[in-house]
Write a protein that binds this ligand. Structure first.
Ligand code: BDR
Ligand code: CA
Length: 330
């Protein structure tokens, strides 16, 4: 069983990433940290706890609130949230009960992440995964404060785009939300495994009407998932013109940890993040063909996923919804 820590900003697809990490028996969630992004830190932390409570895990998986804002920029500039996609509360759709368990405050989030990941490595003898499905602020802080992480952690993040972006012509939301943090994380990729699951992959994970109907058949949890997807489908249709259903980005990164073999095209290339240009702030510049000198073998830093076996991914999701429904049935 592989251990993982999930750093997220729930968010509909983050909620599904949590569900997959909890519902798949081959991974063990060590903890959850939250980060500014889809909504304010306080809202996404509330949402993470509600999701864990829905899945019956609020007392066993600790939740820590991490960074409320990106590494750089004034407070006004850095209040980038996206209510048009995830709603004012950050997880629009079904009404979920308030969680009776509060977020943990015994240590800061990055201390909890570091300590849990290090302990897992020492006990299991393999690198646990730090899966990030929001801005990379917490991850960059942890790597900066604890440089020893390069020796025992693997990072897998949802974010970036090789080509077209979703929050600008070439930038993806999670990376643009804290481009400086993303740049720090990429720089560490020459010394530790870093995998990027970009829009090229996640835009193939479309929750079509058929997928939605299939997931909905799993009782109470299936119903909530269906309501999340219905909300997400409406906003993605209105904002981006997705007519077949919404792309569920974040669980794709968890799927990579569970079974990397379903990712059918992964290339180790040089990736840099644009941090200066207002035109392309947050672009993940991927030197796919090694054209610009920095693509030389020694400077390659990121495993970039280009394609995924989509039916295999949905089978994984379906099993996880079923498993969480079975385990919470009273
Ligand atoms: C990413 O942006 C967020 O809105 C989603 O939760 C996902 O992590 C997709 O660009
Ligand atoms: Ca997210």
């Amino acid at each position: 069983r592989r251990s993982l820590w999930l750093d997220c900003d729930p968010g509909h697809d983050d909620a599904l990433a949590l569900l997959l990490a909890i519902g798949n028996a081959s991974v063990r969630p060590l903890g959850v940290s939250t980060v500014h992004g889809n909504q304010t830190l306080s809202k996404v932390t509330t949402n993470a706890l509600k999701v864990l409570q829905l899945l019956g895990c609020e007392s066993v998986i600790p939740v820590y609130a991490g960074a409320p804002r990106p590494l750089q920029g004034s407070l006004e500039q850095s209040n980038q949230t996206c209510p048009e996609i995830h709603g004012e509360c950050g997880l629009g759709g079904p009404r979920l009960e308030e969680c009776a368990v509060p977020p943990r405050t015994d240590v800061p989030a990055i201390v909890a992440m570091h300590d849990a990941l290090k302990k897992a490595y020492e006990e299991e003898g393999q690198r646990p995964a730090l899966v990030a499905t929001g801005a990379l602020t917490n991850v960059a802080l942890m790597l900066s404060v604890y440089p020893d992480c390069v020796d025992f952690v693997e990072i897998v993040f949802m974010g970036g785009a090789v080509g077209e972006g979703n929050t600008g012509a070439v930038a993806e939301f999670n990376i643009q939300t804290d481009a400086h943090a993303a740049s720090i994380v990429m720089e560490h990729g020459t010394r530790m495994p870093v995998t990027m699951v970009p829009l090229e992959v996640t835009h193939t994970a479309i929750a079509t009407k058929e997928v939605q109907a299939s997931l909905a058949r799993h009782g109470r949890v299936g119903n909530v998932v269906n309501e999340w997807l219905a909300f997400f489908a409406d906003t993605y249709r209105d904002v981006f013109g997705f007519l077949d259903g919404p792309p569920v980005h974040d669980p794709c990164a968890v799927a990579f940890v569970i079974d990397p073999s379903i990712f059918t095209d992964v290339r180790h290339v040089r990736v840099d993040v644009e941090t200066a240009s207002p035109l392309s702030l947050g672009q993940t510049v991927c030197d796919v063909r090694g054209k610009y000198g920095r693509g030389a073998t020694r400077s390659r830093n990121v495993n970039v996923c280009f394609a995924m076996d989509v039916p295999a991914f949905w089978r994984m999701m379906d099993q996880a919804v079923d498993a969480t429904e079975q385990s919470t049935r009273v």
